[in-house]
Design a protein around this ligand. Structure first.
Ligand SMILES: [Zn+2]
Length: 385
């Protein structure tokens, strides 16, 4: 089954790609694809309204009622989670949203097996986090903004969560009307919680679970077990990531970093094994800096030419000897820009995977013209050779 994710033009492209990376991690049997939406919302489709603060509970009432004395309530009180509310919000109608899905279907000549989900920053007239098209259950949308009012988390996780849940529901149920009969009006920490009070979403995200009734339903409906496994694996990863990120604010203990396998893949072990994907030269630079907790001066790099060459061979990237020689000479030449470029590219990738708060432990950083280093406590480095 293919799930086409459409990015509405107002939605940040990097956030969209980050969400895609999360949902696409186990890419079988359900396959996710990224596209741009066929068109932006027109001015006449956009409804401007005053922002209703009343729908958002105060930080304290949320932590006290839902998670008394948990790490989460501590997290909220310690970290002063006070999002800035806007004056106005902009909404679009469900019809306008699903029109984009249908246009895309026509353009691509898609079958009823293809799902089309639009991700947009605009709120919607019914104020839902996500929903299916009542007229056509293969279409859906996910609201990709305002998450900071409900969960103190990097927004990519709740958005990815909604994408997976809509995908699951579209397999479990035939029509939207039917699905509505099964949604739980009282929250029980199940993927099918309706969350009429939008604040209840925090519970659903923290459990990322499915209740016994809905499990039975999955069996009765003969949902492909591989498909539901893929969905729940991804939901588990999202949950692990969110919980770890909450905890780190109180424990100040960043994720372990694991280097594994023949090609020295780099994983954040405590973030559901999220991989840091680096290019060949970026990777050897990163590994070299990991080996030097005291830091390295740019001008010192030529002393490590041999080690860089060796690391390159160990990572198993194919390149001819002269090519390799060339790239490494460029890398260690302090008059060239190659090293700084690699370091900023590595930084960009780390920030994109971890978000700005956590990234500080892993990036190669230091004073201008001084030594550069990776702050990570090397006891958290697992080198599995
Ligand atoms: Zn349930």
């Amino acid at each position: 089954m293919k799930i086409h994710l459409l990015r509405s033009p107002e939605l940040d492209a990097e956030l969209f790609e980050n969400v895609f990376e999360i949902v696409d991690k186990y890419s079988s049997p359900m396959k996710f694809l990224m596209h741009d939406s066929p068109s932006a919302f027109l001015d006449k489709e956009i409804i401007k309204e005053d922002f209703e603060k009343s729908q958002f509970r105060k930080k304290n009432s949320l932590s006290n009622t839902m998670f008394p004395e948990t790490a989460f309530s501590m997290y909220l009180s310690l970290n002063e989670w006070r999002p800035e509310y806007p004056e106005k919000i902009e909404k679009v109608n469900w019809e306008a949203i699903f029109e984009r899905c249908n246009t895309f279907r026509l353009q691509q000549d898609l079958s009823t097996f293809d799902r089309v989900f639009l991700l947009t920053d605009y709120s919607n007239d019914k104020n839902w986090f996500s929903a299916w098209d009542p007229k056509r259950s293969e279409n859906a949308f996910v609201h990709a903004a305002q998450w900071e009012y409900f969960v103190p988390s990097d927004p990519r996780f709740p958005i990815a969560y909604e994408v997976m849940v809509v995908a699951l529901q579209s397999i479990m149920f035939n029509t939207y009307a039917e699905a509505k009969l099964y949604f739980h009006k009282k929250p029980r920490g199940c993927v099918n919680d309706f969350c009429k009070d939008k604040n209840d979403i925090a519970l659903k995200l923290r459990t990322a679970d499915i209740c016994p009734n809905c499990q039975t339903l999955l069996l009765e409906r003969a949902v492909d077990p591989l498909m539901s496994r893929q969905i729940f694996q991804t939901l588990d990863d999202i949950r692990a990531n969110m919980l770890f990120r909450e905890r780190i604010k109180t424990t100040m203990q960043p994720s372990r970093l694991q280097i594994s396998g023949k090609d020295k893949k780099i994983f954040f072990s405590d973030l559901a094994g999220t991989e840091l994907k680096l290019g060949p030269l970026e990777k050897i630079v990163y590994l070299l800096f990991l080996e030097h907790p005291e830091g390295l001066h740019f001008t010192e790099l030529s002393d490590h030419k041999e080690r860089l060459t060796q690391l390159y061979k160990e990572t198993g990237f194919a390149r001819t000897v002269p090519e390799l020689h060339n790239s490494i000479s460029q890398l260690i030449d302090p008059t060239e820009n190659s090293l700084s470029e690699k370091i900023s590219r590595i930084k960009r990738k780390i920030v994109s995977v971890l978000g700005p708060d956590l990234a500080g432990y892993y990036i190669i950083d230091g004073e201008r013209d001084g030594k550069k280093k990776i702050l990570l406590d090397r006891r958290l480095l697992l080198n599995e050779d």
